[in-house]
Ligand binder design. Structure first.
Ligand SMILES: [Zn+2]
Length: 157
């Protein structure tokens, strides 16, 4: 199966309708299409980064050497925590989280927030990659729900 055979479960379109939330590479956790990869509504915003709140909280937990983590009650976030490490010498990316683990976390959370995942295999020059094509009736609402539940679990609100 290749990406051009994927059709939207909401409108049946085969090429990039407004329901396409994202294409997530399940190995590297790269997000490369759809609403999440698009330029914001004012053509000036940065693409939305789903893992920013996680990195922010992890970085402060690492640097403060917290005894009690604010997200201890979440098994999924604890799994991310155990699979992340700090690299303070790189201010652009001080927190490293293993791509495949972050990808499965994001797909599960966006599913809980109301999106549908269609598994896809995209052929590249020498290999193929496993991709989750996420669709939602209203991608913007899904992203809002995702962030509000994530932030409360992280202790940010
Ligand atoms: Zn559609």
């Amino acid at each position: 199966m290749s990406s051009d055979e994927i059709t939207c479960p909401f409108c049946g379109s085969g090429n990039g309708c407004d329901h396409h939330l994202a294409s997530i590479d399940l190995g590297e956790c790269e997000i490369y299409a759809g609403y999440l990869d698009a330029i914001g509504p004012n053509w000036s915003e940065e693409p939305i980064r789903l893992d920013d709140p996680i990195r922010e909280v992890f970085l402060s937990a690492f640097s403060q050497k917290l005894k009690k983590l604010p997200f201890e009650d979440s098994p999924e976030l604890m799994k991310l925590w155990k699979n992340s490490r700090i690299r303070p010498a790189d201010p652009d990316e001080p927190i490293i989280i293993l791509g495949a683990i972050l990808a499965s976390f994001l797909v599960a959370r966006l599913g809980k927030a109301g999106s549908i995942c269609i598994n896809n295999r995209v052929d590249q020059l020498w290999s193929s990659i496993e991709v989750c094509e996420l669709f939602a009736e209203n991608p913007k609402e899904v992203v809002c729900r995702y962030f509000s539940s994530l932030k409360s679990e992280l202790g940010l609100v």
